[in-house]
Design a protein. Structure first.
Length: 125
């Protein structure tokens, strides 16, 4: 059980965040004013009266841009974490293993990027 002691601060912060989040919601329920009206019940659309159908077809380009964002976002986060682990490697041959794992990861990202490029997500009209 002693091996879990280093994680105790993380658990305490997560518990504190959970208590703060739930506590804030409960306190706002009791303290905040409630004056329901028609404008508050409407879906928010830049302060304008909502018009048209709720089910609108969205062009695939939006999904492709979101996928492109995820590819580059995940790449950045994981490469930074990988670089720290790569620099501080103490296990023999870990750096060689980590290098090939990163090459494989980047290969997957390049395939996603080429897919986006071929589908035309990088072309703006």
């Amino acid at each position: 059980m002693n091996y879990l002691i280093p994680y105790l601060p993380i658990v305490m912060i997560l518990a504190l965040a959970g208590v703060f989040g739930v506590g804030t919601l409960v306190a706002s329920r009791f303290v905040g004013p409630r004056r329901p009206n028609r404008a508050k019940a409407l879906p928010y659309e830049s302060g304008m009266e909502p018009t048209g159908q709720a089910n609108v077809r969205i062009p695939i380009k939006f999904y492709l841009v979101a996928l492109l964002f995820l590819v580059f976002d995940m790449e950045t986060v994981l490469i930074l974490a990988w670089a720290i682990a790569f620099r501080e490697a103490v296990v023999p041959h870990f750096q060689l293993y980590a290098f090939f794992v990163m090459v494989f990861f980047l290969l997957i990202l390049v395939v996603g990027f080429l897919y986006e490029w071929r589908k035309g997500a990088l072309k703006w009209n």
